[in-house]
Design a protein around this ligand. Structure first.
Ligand code: ADE
Length: 247
C-alpha cells in the first residue's frame, strides 16, 4: 500500500519508523511518503494560512498550496487513483470497519490540516478527481490532523497481510468484524498464575478450549455492557446465542 502524507510538520511522523510499521516500511509492504506542504509556497515566509472570510478567531489554511501539492502527488498516473483522507473533528467517526475497508485500498493520501482547518474548496476540487472522505478519530479537538493521521495509519497498517506476526490476534481484537462486532475484548493474563495474591481465572489454566472460548465471550459481553452500553444496543440479535443473552 502506498500512503502519502501532506503536513507542515513532517517530524510528527517519526514514530512510523518504529516497531512493526517501521519494519513493514523497510520490507516494502507499506510505502509511506511524507511531503512538507511549505514546498508548495513561494513567498519569503512560506505562508500556508490566512484570516477567515466572514471573520472569527484563528486562521484557515490557504487553498493554493494544497491544490498544487495534490496535483503534483497525484500526477503519478501509473499509481492509479488515490483516496484522499481529511482528518477533522467534523468528519464521520473512524471505526474498525473503516480500517478494514481502507486497508484494501492501494493508495491513500492524508491531508493534515492545522489551525481552524483547510479552505473547504480544496476538498470540493479534489473530489472532482478522486474519492474524498473526512474522518474524525473521536469527539475531542487536537491541534491538527497529524496525530489523527498516525492513529488511522496504524489502525490500517496492522491489518495489511504480513505486518503483524500473529494474524489470528486480529480476529480476536475488540471490534474485529465477524467475531467481535460491537464488542470490546475482556481481560487477558500471563504468567505467573498467582501474583500478589491475585489469581488468574482457573478456567484459563484448564486446557479446555471450548470452555475458554465461552468464558472469553462472556467476559467480552460483560465488559462491553459495563464500558460501552452504546455498543450493546447495536449488537445484532441474530448473532447472539442463548448463553449470550444470559450474560
Ligand atoms: N483534527 C483535530 N482533531 C481531530 C479529531 N478529533 N479527529 C480527526 N482529526 C482531527
Amino acid at each position: 500500500m502506498r500512503i502519502d502524507i501532506i503536513t507542515i510538520f513532517p517530524d510528527y511522523f517519526t514514530p512510523l519508523d518504529l516497531s512493526l510499521i517501521g519494519k513493514a516500511r523497510r520490507s516494502g509492504l507499506i510505502d509511506v511518503r511524507l511531503h512538507d506542504l511549505r514546498r508548495w509556497t513561494y513567498d519569503r515566509h512560506h505562508t500556508v494560512d490566512d484570516t477567515p472570510y466572514g471573520g472569527g478567531p484563528g486562521m484557515v489554511m490557504k487553498p493554493e498550496p494544497w491544490g498544487e501539492a495534490l496535483d503534483e502527488i497525484t500526477a503519478d498516473a501509473d499509481a492509479g487513483t488515490p483516496r484522499l483522507i481529511l482528518p477533522t473533528p467534523s468528519g464521520l467517526p473512524f471505526t474498525q470497519q473503516d480500517a478494514v475497508r481502507l486497508a484494501k485500498e492501494p493508495w491513500l493520501i492524508f491531508a493534515c490540516g492545522r489551525y481552524e482547518g483547510i479552505d473547504a474548496r480544496v476538498a470540493v476540487d479534489a473530489a472532482q478527481r478522486m474519492p474524498v472522505e473526512e474522518l474524525s478519530i473521536g469527539d475531542y479537538v487536537l491541534n491538527g490532523g497529524e496525530v489523527a493521521t498516525l492513529v488511522i495509519v496504524e489502525a490500517i497498517s496492522r491489518l495489511l497481510p504480513g505486518v503483524l506476526g500473529n494474524v489470528e490476534s486480529i480476529t480476536q481484537d475488540s471490534f474485529a468484524p465477524g467475531t467481535m462486532d460491537n464488542l470490546v475484548e475482556g481481560p487477558v493474563y500471563t504468567k505467573p498464575p498467582v501474583w500478589r495474591g491475585h489469581e488468574v481465572p482457573p478456567i484459563l489454566l484448564s486446557g479446555h478450549h471450548a470452555a475458554i472460548d465461552r468464558w472469553r465471550r462472556d467476559e467480552a459481553l460483560r465488559k462491553t455492557a459495563r464500558n460501552r452500553p452504546d455498543l450493546i444496543r447495536r449488537l445484532d440479535p441474530e448473532s447472539l446465542d442463548k448463553r449470550d443473552r444470559e450474560v
